[in-house]
Ligand binder design. Structure first.
Ligand code: PLP
Length: 355
């Protein structure tokens, strides 16, 4: 079965081979060499001079951790435009924080002007944004959001790039992002279970003043340990081997070439959508480059399409997230996909569409 769902996505044999390397001690010289060795490439990918931390958790660990580290007695503004970003509000509340919503309709992006209006009310310590809302296929204009954030230098910007990291350029330092985080199983095409993040000096200074950070996701613990090429607790060493192998792939291809490949493959899917009389769930100019959320304007039987693809082609796509089930379907072009592999899924779609 080949996965074209927007996460977890297909993992290459090379990555799996790296994942299966023999175990080493997490306080050993070999481990320090492994983590220290990948740090420069991680920083280059994050476009930051700050250290990049590795958390053995899914992305939600760091999404929760960011709120716990950067929000004290003030408010957090959760920008919401789909399933993942909506959930961040609940998570913030479950962490005992005063959380407020900037809610837009599913399928729409978060705009800078809306953010400014909310922040003008005052009292916010942090903002959470999901760059690429995987449930709706919407990519919010991050640079525009970052420009607005410059008007509120005391408010921390936490950005989830789980499904856009290494797909499009996201210059963390240049744009003034305070926490940039991603997960392993989507855009990076690794098995699930690892999260990567970096934090600005401003975010670190804030964390020092916030109590109740806990231990497992305490940014200060990550920083202290990273200085010695280690993680606070025993990490998933297998994931770090897989990451080392993935970085090798990315830098062999070239980061700019990787971005161009994702744009090209996403364009192939977009052409298929148009040629088959479908529409996009996201508006023009705000569409994800790593997946396509197709609006089911033709009102086909999406469940039948998924079944055809699975039974006759051994291919899995997604039939719509949560309340969008049946109203949309999603095709991923993340990770290692190629012109050939996207051609395969599109041909299978042609063959499987209910007539
Ligand atoms: C999948 C996803 C998450 C959640 O990732 P987990 O690995 O389940 O923690 C968060 N944000 C976005 C944008 C996602 O696509």
């Amino acid at each position: 079965m080949k996965l074209y769902i927007p996460g977890p996505i297909e993992v290459s044999q090379k990555t799996f081979n790296a994942f299966c390397k023999p175990m080493i001690g997490h306080r050993s010289g070999d481990f320090k060499k492994l983590y220290g060795g990948i740090q420069p490439r991680l920083q280059e990918l994050f476009q930051t001079k700050q250290p990049v931390f590795l958390s053995t958790s899914s992305a939600w660990g760091v999404m929760e951790g960011s709120v716990r580290n950067l929000v004290g007695s003030g408010k957090v503004l959760n920008c919401m435009c789909g399933a993942f970003s909506d959930k961040w509000l609940d998570v913030s509340k479950k962490c005992g924080k005063q959380a407020e919503a900037l809610q837009v309709e599913w399928g729409q992006p978060i705009r800078g002007e809306q953010l400014r209006e909310k922040l003008n009310a005052g009292g916010f310590e942090a903002v959470t944004v999901i760059h690429n809302e995987t449930s709706t296929g919407v990519m919010s204009p991050l640079q525009e959001i970052c420009e607005v954030m410059r008007e509120f230098p005391e408010v921390m910007l936490i950005v989830d790039t789980v499904s856009s990291f290494s797909v499009v350029p996201i210059p963390m330092d240049e744009w003034g992002i305070d926490v940039l985080l991603t997960g392993s199983q989507k855009a990076l095409a690794m098995p699930p279970g690892l999260a990567l993040f970096s934090a600005s000096p401003k975010a670190m200074a804030r964390a020092e003043k916030v109590s109740g950070r806990g231990y497992y996701f305490d940014f200060l613990e990550f920083k202290k340990n990273q200085a010695e090429d280690m993680t606070p607790s025993t990490p998933s060493i297998s994931h770090i081997y897989a990451l080392e192998s993935k970085l090798e792939d990315i830098f062999t291809e070239g980061v700019a070439n990787r971005h161009a490949r994702h744009a090209e493959l996403n364009g192939m899917v977009a052409d298929w959508v148009r040629n088959n009389g479908f529409e996009f769930f996201a508006p023009e100019g705000f569409r994800s480059k790593s997946l396509t959320c197709v609006a089911n304007n033709r009102q086909i039987d999406v469940a039948a399409l998924l079944k055809n693809l699975k039974d006759r082609h051994g291919i899995l796509i997604d039939g719509g997230y949560g309340k969008l089930k049946g109203l949309t379907f999603r095709i991923s072009n993340m990770g290692d996909e190629s012109r050939e592999s996207i051609g395969t899924v599109l041909a299978a779609l042609d063959d499987s569409l209910p007539r």
